[in-house]
Write a protein that binds this ligand. Sequence first.
Ligand SMILES: Cc1ncc(C[n+]2csc(CCOP(=O)(O)OP(=O)(O)O)c2C)c(N)n1
Ligand SMILES: [Mg+2]
Length: 362
Amino acid sequence: MTASTTGLTAPPELVQLLTPEGERIEHPDYKIDLTAEEVKALYRDLVLVRRIDLEAVALQRQGELGLWASLLGQEAAQVGSGRALTDVDMAFPTYREHGVAWCRGVDPINLLGLFRGVNHGGWDPYEHNFHLYSIVIGTQTLHAVGYAMGIQRDGAEAATIVYFGDGATSQGDVNEAFIWASVFNAPVVFFCQNNQWAISEPLEKQSRIPLYKRASGFGFPGVRVDGNDVFACLAVTRKALADARAGQGPTMVEAFTYRMGAHTTSDDPTRYRVADELEAWKLKDPIERVKAYLFRGELADQEFFDKVEAEADALGKELRRSCLALPDPAPEALFDHVYAEPHALMADEREQYLTYLAGFER
Ligand SMILES: Cc1ncc(C[n+]2csc(CCOP(=O)(O)OP(=O)(O)O)c2C)c(N)n1
Ligand SMILES: [Mg+2]
């Protein structure tokens, strides 16, 4: 594997507004003016989202969750894009978008309930305009394009964003979604978090060209952004969403980042990737660079950082407490949300299942 295929060399086409050292740089196409308060709010989001993730990994390790897909390393991509959304926009996530869920206002306990196996989806997609997690790779891109075409026909001034990974770009569904979005000029942003790995398959097994360049073959713009730079992710996604709302059709955003953890808690990445890669990406940490920027510009003092840390501690503790207190659902609840209306087959199967359960001594 060469340095360029493992993503260790930042490609020149990368949109970056904040260097890994915390230095603010300009980009001619992506102007962004953030107040100190706005930067501090982004920093808080990044820290809290990382803490939710850390607590969830610990809970899984202690047997309290069935599984967890960590977002470690991808906080800036998720918070930057998540904070670019307005209330009327709709987001379609994969299974790793805990940071976007946070930005949409979904209570993280719902995410934990899903991975604990005590709820069947977790939240009402319309409550926060955040769709249900999708585990089947790439399917949500078609759902998102269908939704985008719907709001386009309604004449809504809103956009849709859909999240997917580098591996998902090899799915037929994703390529079909690109075509439909393109020819119908659908108001959708394809937000690809290129975290360099699809479980154990490296990026070089998905594409011979940078992923964002795929977009031009489908007839819409593609842009590669530093996925560890929350300012750049915010600016690039804002523009893509604004273009979509203004009737200019889809954009593909490739957030160039790195999956710092395992694919899920069931995976052991030491079996297929080298530690050097991880070490190199640690230097590009999305949180440290915002902290350095705030320090450098004297925009925040130690008291602020301590306060955010204390808030993260409290959030982690509360999340753990409420996770352990989640009630188990009734077994027959499995049949409740299969159809919106009562359904004879479901009713039959529910009865059979209850009879079966009644055969056990409790
Ligand atoms: C249609 C389908 N095929 C295979 C899988 C198994 N699978 C789960 S995650 C994954 C890799 C996805 O990689 P990527 O799209 O890069 O997303 P990441 O997990 O890195 O965020 C695969 C193949 C699946 N869930 N769905
Ligand atoms: Mg990936």
